[in-house]
Design a binder for this molecule. Structure first.
Ligand code: GLA
Length: 407
């Protein structure tokens, strides 16, 4: 009997979630339950954060049929598909011109077999097919945009078997973002194919306030670049992107996610410790995991990061709550993500240049100090036994330690 009461008390304590920012309550009275209600979702897709690959970070405008086929082959063969990477997305520069009736065509120099055949190839590998367009007159790479052709473009994508559209924001002039994205969302619905909709307007008009019924993910920042921190022209280093995306945690939930941009893991600009931090933070923030490297030629070290299933499971947790920072002491940070099983994932992040000992107190994670929890290190793949009160570890410069606490 006493044990039953203790168990019930513990269950109640685990159910307590971190406090919600007042701004959220002001703007979205329904937030408190990150809802799985289909009426609050755009299209029933992306119940957990989308996973896949996109051509931009590695190949930029140099896309063609061979690159996309080789990528699909690799994802189907190297364990990525089994780990959950699903969408193969061609970013900018696949476009040819519009035909006499205004329908968009593919660039036949780069895609001689056409996008219908490429989509069939990707589907035959057990994967899904993604594409890119823009709400303005031109894409960021100067190809034809969808403005004024939204319904025709959606029909064309459906004919090609497209499953995912990333929709950019270049050359939009004075266009209103909510109107522009809602128009394309309506066009996709009218196409008869259920297409995941990824908004890419860089967070300019705060899509987290209005896009949850329009699309499945929205960029919260400018472009990522393969550097650790800082602004580099129009792009931002990984740690800077994290700081812009973190405060938006209350807005993410099943069907609609904050998107801090695609992964740079494996592109060569960072150390493996930094790439592990990058991947861990994306998982902790329930971000879409869209690989952006050459997966056909990646090293074993890169593969070990992208295929860490224990970290992927943090990202894909069905509670769908974005984790966030709970404390910061100089360059030492503690983050937490509540999990569907009532447990927590904690992340110790050392942003400094020297090794640091970082401590996560249970109370800061929303747990009673006295509770003893089974713990597992998700990068060492090692059980840590049962812990009470706190967890402390030495963390390498720019590195992380990620621990799952099980109820
Ligand atoms: C913008 C987007 C990028 C990429 C390029 C393509 O910069 O934010 O993610 O799609 O355009 O030109």
């Amino acid at each position: 009997m006493v044990w039953r009461i203790v168990a019930l008390l513990l269950a109640a304590l685990f159910a307590v979630q971190p406090a919600v920012a007042q701004e959220v309550l002001d703007t979205d009275p329904n937030f408190l339950a990150p809802s799985k209600d289909p009426k609050r979702m755009a299209n029933g897709l992306a119940v957990t954060p989308p996973m896949g690959w996109n051509s931009w970070n590695k190949f930029a405008c140099n896309v063609n049929e061979q690159v996309i086929r080789a990528t699909a082959d690799a994802i189907a063969a190297n364990g990525m598909r089994q780990a959950g990477y699903e969408y193969v997305v061609i970013d900018d520069c696949w476009h040819g011109s519009r035909d006499a009736n205004g329908f968009i065509t593919e660039d036949r120099q780069r895609f001689p077999s056409g996008l219908k055949a490429l989509g069939d190839y990707i589907h035959a590998k057990g994967l899904k097919f993604g594409i890119y367009s823009d709400a303005g007159t031109k894409t960021c790479g100067g190809r034809p945009g969808s403005q004024g052709h939204e319904y025709q473009d959606a029909i064309q994508y459906a004919r090609w078997g497209v499953d995912y559209l990333k929709y950019d924001w270049c050359s939009t002039g004075v266009r209103n973002a909510e109107e522009a994205y809602a128009t394309m969302a309506d066009a996709l619905k009218a196409s008869g194919r259920n297409i995941l909709f990824s908004l890419c307007e860089w967070g300019n008009s705060r899509p987290w306030l209005w896009a949850s019924k329009i699309g499945n993910m929205w960029r919260t920042t400018g472009d990522i670049t393969d550097k650790w921190v800082g602004r580099h022209g129009h792009s931002w280093g990984v740690a800077s992107i994290v700081d812009m995306n973190e405060p938006l945690w209350p807005y993410a939930g099943p069907g609609h996610w904050n998107d801090p941009d695609m992964l740079e893991v494996g592109n060569g600009g960072l150390t493996d410790a930094e790439y592990r931090a990058h991947f861990s933070l994306w998982a902790l923030m329930a971000a879409p995991l869209i690989a952006g490297n050459d997966v056909a030629t990646m090293s074993q070290a890169t593969r070990d990061i992208l295929l860490n299933r224990e970290v992927i499971a943090v990202d894909q947790d069905t509670l769908g709550q974005q984790g966030h920072r709970v404390s910061r002491d100089g360059t030492s940070e503690v983050w937490v993500k509540p999990m569907a099983d009532g447990g927590r994932v904690l992340l110790l992040w050392n942003r400094g240049e020297a090794p640091a000992r970082i401590t996560a107190e249970w109370t800061a994670l929303g747990l009673p100090a006295s509770v003893r929890l089974k713990a597992r290190d998700l990068w060492a793949h090692r059980d840590l036994g049962r812990l009470a009160g706190r967890y402390a570890a030495e963390v390498a410069p720019h590195g992380v330690v990620m621990v799952r606490l099980l109820p």
